[in-house]
Design a protein around this ligand. Structure first.
Ligand code: NCD
Length: 330
């Protein structure tokens, strides 16, 4: 049908859409392993489309996606925007600085406004943990958490899992070290949950000041020595040092942090031969990661992560636009 209407030959992905039990995607806990596998299969079907000159499907034609970003973002916001457009949806980017929120509107008032606009999908990023969940309770549409404070960033973990699976074939049984500023990282929290769900062995590596209390009960082994922490790892996932969430000194200087925890070629030698390096971006070069590692295409998956992000988000938008099953939906 699509071919006749537009005259453009489109190769439709072969797998069927992923299906979620829950209406929203607020945390990795909303998903089970089967749902994740289906989602990654669907993303795999979308990925080749993104390499073609014409990258558009009409699966979400007539649907409206609102991107509501209270924290600045380059890659996540543009990734959702592209994913929405490539699925054929109308995408609205609400610039929070120029919106009524700057004039004192509460999150609840914003939710009522968005509801009146009859959006189908709402992608939200906010500095407060739990903000996405609060909005989800107040709006009728499906909500996707694109990062809430230090809490969760589920689509980042899904795109990381997709990147690992695409490169190494599977996640089960791999040793994955997540390193650096774990304390302030929603990426780390979502990744620990998802990688555990998929059967990986997860390690958390960082200074005691940047390791959350109780991290050893997250289902990960905690290390404070970088070389030991990444020893024999298949994947080394670096985290950004999040200065904007730090009040006071969590480490003496960037130079010292790099000396102990910055990933360079020398430290990487302790990981498994051929180990791969990831970073969600944006990177602090020379603080948590050295350019010699970040820009080395034979070890770095950082650009691939960005590319995979669009395909994963297309699969997420499709699954949520189809609606959660009534049983267990929330
Ligand atoms: C992450 C985020 O915002 O949580 N970035 C991203 O989504 N690409 C990580 C970070 O900001 O350090």
């Amino acid at each position: 049908m699509a071919e006749r209407r537009t005259g453009v030959k489109k190769s439709e992905p072969r797998t069927s859409p992923a299906h979620f039990r829950n209406k929203h995607l607020l945390s990795i806990g909303d998903l089970d392993r089967f749902e994740v596998e289906n989602l990654l299969d669907r993303a795999e079907a979308f990925a080749p489309l993104l390499e073609q000159p014409i990258k558009k499907l009409d699966t979400l034609r007539g649907r409206t996606l609102i991107n509501l970003f209270f924290e600045s973002s380059t890659r996540t916001q543009s990734s959702f925007e592209l994913a929405g457009k490539r699925m054929g949806a109308d995408v609205v980017n609400m610039s929070v600085k120029s919106s009524s929120v700057a004039k004192g509107e509460t999150l609840i008032d914003t939710a009522a406004t968005l509801n009146a606009m009859r959006a189908d999908l709402l992608v939200v990023r906010h500095g407060a943990s739990g903000a996405a969940e609060l909005l989800a309770r107040k709006v009728d549409c499906a909500v996707i958490n694109a990062g809430d404070g230090k809490h969760e960033h589920p689509t980042q973990a899904l795109l990381d899992a997709f990147t690992i699976r695409s490169r190494l074939g599977q996640i089960e049984g791999l040793t994955i070290a997540i390193c650096g500023d774990v304390l302030h990282s929603r990426v780390a929290r979502s990744n620990v949950s998802l990688l555990n769900l998929m059967g990986a062995r997860v390690r958390l590596v960082g200074p005691p000041t940047l390791m959350p209390i109780g991290a050893d009960r997250w289902g990960a082994e905690v290390f404070h020595d970088m070389r030991k922490g990444i020893g024999g790892a298949d994947v080394v996932m670096m985290l950004r040092v999040q200065r904007e969430r730090m009040a006071g000194g969590f480490f003496p200087s960037a130079r010292e942090f790099f000396w102990f925890y910055g990933l360079d070629e020398d430290k990487l030698k302790h990981a498994k031969p051929g180990a791969l390096v990831m970073h969600p971006g944006p990177m602090n070069r020379g603080v948590e990661i050295d350019s010699s590692v970040a820009d080395n295409p034979s070890v770095s998956l950082i650009e691939t992560q960005v590319r995979m992000g669009v395909a994963v988000r297309m699969a997420v938008l499709e699954a949520l636009a189809n609606g959660g099953a009534s049983e267990g939906a929330r």
